[in-house]
Structures are given as C-alpha cells and as structure tokens.
Design a protein around this ligand. Structure first.
Ligand SMILES: Cc1ncc(COP(=O)(O)O)c(C=O)c1O
Length: 458
C-alpha cells in the first residue's frame, strides 16, 4: 500500500538544516505522530520531497537509529523502532499542523457534548453560594460540599461504601495515583503490579514515582489473580469494571480472589474506575471497593464523563494511606480550585450530571453501533471485543498479524489508532487494533471503518 507522504511532509516542513530534520523526526516519533512499525520514505525520496540534500536525510536517519528511534532492516527500509513507543506515544500528540482524516485514538469523550450551559449555570449558582471566607485556601482533601455530593453519587451509582471523610478531590486520577505511589513508597513499597496490557500513561507515572511496575496477565475474566501470587508486590492497579484496553469485566470469582489476596499480603488494590459510567447492555457492575473498603483505593475521574481538560477526579480511601495522601496533597498544591469543586458539587446536586450522562450514554451507544455495524459488514471475520462498555473497542486480529506494522500502515494513510501491542509491557495476548469512538461522529466512524477495511485489503 502507499503511505500518505503528504502527511509525512507536513510533519517535517518546519525542519530546517540537518539538525532540524533530526529534531522534527524525533519529536514526531515521541509525540506518537509516527507510530512503531511505520516505514519511512527512502532517503532519496524524502530528500526529494523536502528539497534537501540526501546526506542530510541519511545523517538524520543514522542519528535516530543510533538513539533507538529508528530501525533499518535490510530489504524493508527504515522503520520507526518498536522500542521508540514509550508510554507517552499513546498520549494525544500536542496540537500541531497535522490533520488526520480519522483520529481514533482512545481517551477522549465527546468534547462537543460538554454541557456548557449546565456547567456555567452550576458555577454561577455555586459562586453565589460561596462566602468570602470560602474563597480562602480550601481543605486539602476537598470541599466538604463536593465530598458529600460525591459520596451520595458513588453510593447510588457505583454501590460503594463511602463517607465524605473518605473522599479526596484530586486533579484527575493521574494525581490520585501519584499521591498513592508516594504513600506506598513511604510505607516501604518498591514495586506495584499492573495489568498487562494496561494504560501506558499509568506505567509512566508509576516509574516516575520511583516504583517498579510488575506486569500481570489479563484473560477473559480480567486480571489473573493467580499471577499476582507469584510476585512480591503488595499493591496492584486494576481496571475492574472495564479492563483497559481489553474491555473485559473482572469476574465475581476474581474479585473475591483479589480481595483475599490483598488481605493476606496486607496490601492495597487500586481500583481505576475510569469509564464505568458508560455501560450499554445493563447497569454498570458495582465497584470492587464495596467488597473491602479498607483494602481498596478507588479512583474516579471526570475525564471520560465531562472533559479531560477539567482535571477533576477523586480518590476514595478509608485505609492506612489516607493521612499520608491528604498531607501530601496539602504540601503539593494546597487543594483543588474551590470554584471548580463548588461548580461540580452543584452539577451533581442539581441532577445536571445525571442528565448529561444519560444523554452521552445514548450518543456513545449510537457511535459504537455505527462503528460495529460498518466493521461487521466490511471485515466480518475480525472480532471486536470489549464492546459492552466504554469509549473504545479492540478489533482482534488473526494470530500472527503484526499489529504495529498494520497500525503504522493505517496511520500512514490518515487513520490514527494504536496497536494492542503498544499497551503491553511484555507480549500482548493477541494482535489487535484499539479503536476509540467517543469523540468521533457516527458518520466519521462509518467512513473510518470503511477506510480501515480498504487499507487492509490493499
Ligand atoms: C485507564 C485510564 N485511567 C485513567 C484515565 C484518566 O486519567 P485522568 O483522570 O488523569 O485524566 C485514563 C485516560 O485515558 C485511562 O485510560
């Protein structure tokens, strides 16, 4: 198939001089614009397209190969190296000049559906209700009114056992995990078990906090708790409602095993409940937290329900780490913004959040159905999994398919998505494509599915 070199040219247009090209290529790889496996143009072609000397391109390729970003294979040209896919590569690249025909990366809710007027009116009501005193430094654990609203919401929607004094308001689940990692380190932990495959952004964060992530395999019942027993970890991060990215729910048996494991090793289960609100076939499964509130630290976020730009999440933690976490939050940033906390509390109180979730659930269901029906019509042999919930599906590919190479080819033709193997610390359980549909209209999803099918048959 023919790669989309005009897109490639756009990426490198700002490059000036020999180091400029090298820098632009390195940045494009780091930002995930050029995924692992993507074949680059030959030095002659690229030099011709950019109007630079061939030696300039050769020098840039050599330098980046020496740094591990590129890989030159005899007979198949120069490709973006597998090792260059750092966790950051799975993050959305910074806004740049590149426009993809179809951006199917995961992690974005429908940004156009953000309830702007409900949010404005909740913030107005909330601000009118705040005293001058309330505008001083907030409580580090979060505004009491928000912790009360969240306790009620989580008990009602996620069947959790939660008191306002167990809640800590954070800047998204990322900050909640940072706070927990610090507390774990202070308590002597050096490692933390993670699902394999899992969210690369979390691995990056765990490593940055000085802990070693230890991969534990996932199967069709979720995290294999038996795999935990063979490690010396006493903490684990688990996406029990909708495994990220495979989409399976942790089975009742595994839930019980996990709680038993945590009790036996005096450990901590970190439940990342990142998208439990989006379940399409039946009400969402209750949170694991309710089985053992003293053993489970629960992470919630508005990143998939409202917008990641809010940076608003919560941690529910009743056990031993709570005091350290709250003190760390106080030292670190003196608490979240009072205005946003009060606005969100009002959105919850007024029922605006529930209304928003009802309407986006319908929207996501339509989007998912559009994607799935087009895929079923065009590539019926390929099995999408994890479809009952969330904002993405995994398209399972026939055994032996090189999913990185395939994702690289699709990206080259303007369809930006990630291979399943990019989420795995060791071997992925099978090859696949991870397709995000939350922020893409039904029409665009249908044309994306058609383009995927076409690219594959080419
Ligand atoms: C598994 C998982 N957890 C959590 C998050 C959200 O993190 P945050 O709340 O910091 O935006 C994401 C976002 O992509 C995710 O995929």
């Amino acid at each position: 198939m023919k790669e989309n070199w005009s897109t490639f040219r756009e990426l490198l247009v700002p490059a000036a001089g020999p180091r400029g090209l090298e820098r632009a290529l390195r940045e494009a790889i780091r930002a995930g614009h050029l995924p692992a496996g993507l074949r680059l143009p030959s030095t002659r072609d690229l030099a011709g397209q950019l109007g630079v000397a061939r030696g300039t391109v050769t020098a840039a390729y050599d330098q980046l190969a020496a740094e591990g970003y590129l890989e030159a294979r005899r007979g198949s040209g120069t490709r973006v190296a597998l090792a260059a896919v750092t966790p950051a590569a799975a993050e959305p690249p910074a806004a740049g000049p590149v426009r993809w025909d179809h951006d199917l990366r995961t992690g974005m809710p429908a940004l156009g559906a953000f309830p702007r007027s409900a949010w404005i009116s909740a913030c107005r009501t909330a601000l009118n209700g705040l005293s001058d005193h309330d505008l001083g430094y907030p409580e580090a654990a979060g505004l009491l009114s928000l912790r009360q609203e969240l306790s009620g919401y989580l008990a009602r929607v996620r069947a959790m056992v939660v008191r306002p004094e167990d809640v800590v308001v954070t800047h998204g689940s990322a900050e909640a995990l940072v706070l927990l990692c610090r507390s774990l380190r202070a308590a002597g932990h050096t490692e933390i078990a993670v699902e394999n495959p899992s969210y690369p952004g979390q691995l990056e964060l765990i490593i940055e906090q000085g802990l070693r992530p230890v991969p534990v395999p996932v199967d069709d019942e979720g995290l294999r708790v038996a795999g935990l027993l063979g490690t010396s970890c006493r903490a684990v991060v688990v996406t029990s409602a909708h495994q990220y990215p495979l989409g399976v729910a942790l089975s009742p048996r595994r839930r019980r095993e996990l709680v038993l494991w945590a009790t036996t090793v005096d450990g901590l289960v970190i439940e990342d409940d990142y998208d439990a609100e989006h379940r399409y076939d039946r009400p969402a499964l209750a949170a694991l937290q309710a089985l053992a509130p003293g053993r489970v630290a629960y992470l919630g976020t508005t990143s998939k329900t409202l917008a990641p730009g809010l940076r608003l999440g919560w941690l529910v933690l009743a056990g031993q780490h709570r005091a350290t976490v709250v003190e760390s939050k106080r030292l670190h940033d003196r608490g979240n913004s009072v205005l946003e906390q009060a606005g969100f509390a009002e959105l919850l109180r007024s029922g605006g959040y529930d209304r928003h979730l009802r309407s986006t659930r319908r929207l996501y269901r339509q989007r998912r159905d559009a994607l799935l029906s087009e895929l079923a019509a065009r590539v019926p042999a390929w099995q999408p999994i994890g479809i009952a919930a969330g904002l993405h599906v995994v398209l399972r590919l026939p055994a032996g398919t090189d999913d990185r190479e395939l994702a690289g080819r699709l990206t080259g033709s303007g369809i930006l998505l990630a291979p399943l193997s990019a989420y795995a610390m060791t071997a992925a359980p099978f090859p696949g494509l991870v397709i995000g549909y939350g922020n893409v209209s039904a029409g665009r999803l249908r044309s994306a599915a058609a383009a995927i099918a076409e690219a594959l048959s080419a």
